[in-house]
Design a protein around this ligand. Sequence first.
Ligand code: G3H
Ligand code: 13P
Ligand code: ZN
Length: 313
Amino acid sequence: MALVTSTELFKKAYAGKYAIGAFNVNNMEIIQGIFEAAIEEKSPLIIQVSAGARKYARHEYLMHLVQASIEMAKASGKDIPVVLHLDHGDSFELCKSCIDGGFTSVMIDASQHSFEENIRITKEVVDYAHSKGVTVEAELGKLAGVEDDVKVKAEDATYTDPKQAKEFVERTGCDSLAVAIGTSHGAYKFKGEPKLDFKRLAEIEALLPGFPLVLHGASSVPQDLTDICNQYGGKIPGSRGVPEEMIAQASKTGVCKINVDTDLRLAMTGQIRKVFFENPSEFDPRKYLGPGRDAVREVVKRKMRIMGCSGKA
Ligand code: G3H
Ligand code: 13P
Ligand code: ZN
């Protein structure tokens, strides 16, 4: 199977009451670890690239690494559907460049603009993307946290308004919508008890039946991953992530895509730190990137089981 758009995958996920994991990539080892997990779990896969990751690794490398992984899976008879998605595109130009360069899905995140301006920018991207057979995720509401250079303070975060969500989807024609219900980007999500607004999520779902919703900022920052990082290096000043039970709960709703980046970073960094802690004179990149890759594979498998997309390819 070649790269696919999100359309069919989301239809199945919605009907089957599970979510598909969308994992951020920056380099070869992360891509390999994620693919190994998806193949082992027989799970559909969304590989996503932020503007920062694209700048770091470069478009052509990422395209070819993903294509190589698909070809290798196919050759071994373990075909899985894969979406290659731009995460948090902040302009029409960036989205167009990814569409023209072979991505099968893009996110236009104009959520920092006014409602009307968000609609205008999103619609422009939707019109172009659809003319090329590419699907579009948009965002309404503002998540707290850090992504690339954009920092949103907790007090500036705004939850998605259900009625506005319906109007937004109708007027833009977007294919999926990222909603703000209390998650945030990064390792420091909740000051106190983790809390997601499931009531609001149900209201959005009721007004948009059958329409795929997306949850960003969904890393769980699990204790076992932060413990390894902390044991072998500087403390990750973590608070709490989204508990795994809440990810499982959200996966059974209209949420069809759940984004994870931070937990992959924690998993990989923990193992690399461990190698250097135990052998500070190590200088063969394979000796530390290899364990990092294995850790990415294991955490992705765990996510796929929690989201329910294991066995759904
Ligand atoms: O939501 C953002 C992702 O975690 C990507 O982070 O922009 O640092 O690559 P990045
Ligand atoms: P986390 O920081 O919780 O992993 O969220 C990642 C994300 O939403 C990428 O778009
Ligand atoms: Zn995000």
